[in-house]
Write a protein that binds this ligand. Structure first.
Ligand code: NCD
Length: 303
């Protein structure tokens, strides 16, 4: 991993465990009045976001600063990307300023992998198209471990727009490496059958009740209208069939937790009463995002 972090698919169990264990150390710092360490003092991290982001970008920036590094964030709309500069030229320009790592989000699947082959700077993938979002899966795993203590043998229902979700893919890779049972659920056009074979332990259903039955974890996904070229689903109809409502939780394990990477669309994929319920760990996920990204940055930059 010295060269960066492109996807969960490339990591083995012990590398993932090391990141998650170190993230625990960083969890407690989030509650102290002074939240700054000196581990990465003098290091510079550039966040380059070609797609909208609230949580991921902010938490990478906060994570870098809490480790004592300098962090700079750039969005494509406010940069020379809007003047027609190519991806490689933009990245070469940033690399010439000698940052120690570049955190990057891009709408093209594989964009960070391409750049990692052309640049000496470690690249951290903050979401590439419909492909992977590795730090999201790591913070999700940290959140599940905090609540359930294990990933082994737990039943995780991932529900929604699976087809366009890099969050789903990274979570499938991670959870499968730890022997979880993964049920993917969504309407047929958003549920690609080939996902059943990307990792062991994956099954598919288009029935939300089947997916939720006995689930230890319910992970809801947003309908990614920005990635859909076909006609979208009407919001009310989607909610009727695939929206998570309080009554669904009775089917699940009594201690079920409800997750969502955000941004949530209330009344579309999740009812407000569920998002705000005791079962919801959505804000715990956000909180863990900082600790997990601190762990990832430390691992990559202290090498
Ligand atoms: C997700 C993303 O961008 O892939 N959000 C996030 O990073 N927390 C999911 C989404 O946009 O729906």
């Amino acid at each position: 991993m010295s060269s960066g972090l492109l996807g969960i698919e490339d990591l083995n169990r012990s590398e993932i465990e090391a990141i998650l264990t170190r993230a625990r150390d960083f969890q407690s710092i989030q509650h102290q009045p002074v939240k700054r360490l000196d581990v990465l003092r003098g290091r510079t991290i550039v966040n380059l976001f070609y797609e909208a982001s609230t949580r991921t970008r902010t938490s990478f920036e906060i994570a870098a600063k809490r480790l004592g590094a300098d962090a700079v964030s750039i969005t494509a709309s406010g940069s020379s990307v809007s003047k027609g500069e190519s991806l490689v030229d933009t990245l070469n320009t940033l690399a010439a300023m000698r940052p120690d790592a570049i955190v990057m989000r891009h709408s093209a699947s594989g964009a960070p992998h391409f750049l990692a082959r052309h640049l000496p700077t470690p690249i951290i993938n903050a979401g590439d198209g419909t492909h992977e979002h590795p730090t999201q899966a790591l913070l999700d795993a940290r959140t599940i471990l905090d609540r359930r203590g294990t990933l082994e043998g737990i039943r995780v229902a991932i529900i929604g727009d699976i087809a366009h979700s890099r969050v789903a893919r990274s979570n499938i890779y991670l959870l499968a490496k730890f022997g979880a049972d993964i049920v993917l659920c969504g309407p047929a056009p958003l549920l690609p059958p080939e996902l059943a074979s990307i990792a062991p332990g994956v099954t598919l259903t288009d029935d939300i009740r089947d997916a939720i039955r006995s689930a230890d974890v319910i992970m809801m996904l947003r309908v990614q209208l920005e990635r859909q070229h076909e006609a979208a689903f009407p919001a009310s109809e989607y909610f009727q069939f695939y929206g998570l409502r309080l009554e669904h939780l009775d089917l699940a394990h009594p201690d079920v937790i409800v997750m969502h990477p955000g941004p949530i669309n209330r009344g579309r994929e999740i009812a407000s009463e569920v998002a705000d319920s005791q079962r919801s760990v959505i804000l715990n996920q956000v909180e863990n995002g900082v600790a997990v990204r601190m762990s990832v940055l430390e691992r990559i930059l202290s090498n």
